[in-house]
Design a protein around this ligand. Structure first.
Ligand SMILES: *Cc1c(COP(=O)(O)O)cnc(C)c1O
Length: 224
């Protein structure tokens, strides 16, 4: 499992080099290790290597994985990076430290109510449907301003920025550049974009959160 430690280090080094080339501070770029569907021993190898920031896309799977581990690692930081159903909002607020996928009013309201009930105030990101794809989750770019206003002023959510998953069959850099512009216009401080295949394009375009799964842990077993 040495290779997982080596993978994390290589990616982090790469991010540092790219940040330097882009005249950015590497400390402003957070590497989220996406542990969804990965066997526990691979996740344990990342923990043993000292990594503490992880991403999961399903609430229930994350609870099974992290419910127990949380008690052993009090400096864990868990990011929800997948779509949320409102009946899972309570569990999500209890488990996660960041919610990256606020994508509709109903979810914003459910999260806000739960945070109030549980006395937690989690940093959140608005998921943007940057490619305008019919089947994708997220807010369309033209609606970000209005949705932000709803989240911030009608719900009181701590919205820090934007997150996206670009269309799989189009050049990611194009979409990352659009995201950068949207974030700058709205003066957001956080931009979550870039995965195993394209994080190198995201760093020069202002990503502050990078979500990398298979390049750290290897291919996910039984993906479907
Ligand atoms: C699975 C997933 C990732 C990581 O994907 P890799 O290609 O394995 O790096 C990143 N972001 C989201 C939202 C995901 O669902």
């Amino acid at each position: 499992m040495n290779d997982i430690a080596a993978n994390i280090k290589a990616i982090q080094d790469h991010i540092t080099q790219q940040a330097f080339a882009a005249k950015r501070n590497a400390e402003d770029i957070k590497l989220v290790a996406v542990s969804k569907k990965q066997p526990l021993k691979r996740v344990q190898a990342a923990l043993d290597a000292g990594h503490r920031v992880f991403g999961e896309n399903r609430v229930q799977e994350a609870q099974e994985r992290w419910g127990e581990l949380r008690t052993q690692y009090d400096d864990l930081e868990l990011h929800l990076i997948g779509p949320l159903q409102s009946n899972k909002a309570a569990d999500a607020v209890a488990l996660f430290d960041w919610i990256e996928t606020v994508d509709r009013e109903k979810i914003a309201k459910a999260l806000a109510n739960e945070m109030l009930d549980q006395g937690r105030d989690l940093p959140c990101l608005i998921q943007v449907n940057i490619g305008g794809e019919a089947q994708k989750y997220g807010i369309l770019p033209a609606q970000i301003g209005e949705f932000y206003h709803y989240c911030r002023y009608s719900c009181g959510l701590d919205i820090r920025g934007l997150m996206c998953i670009p269309p799989i069959d189009e050049p990611a850099g194009l979409h990352f550049a659009m995201m950068k512009k949207l974030a700058e216009e709205a003066e957001f401080s956080e931009l979550s974009m870039g995965m195993s295949a394209d994080y190198e394009k995201a760093v020069p375009l202002g990503a502050t959160i990078i979500r990398v799964g298979s390049a750290i842990f290897g291919e996910r077993p039984s993906e479907n």
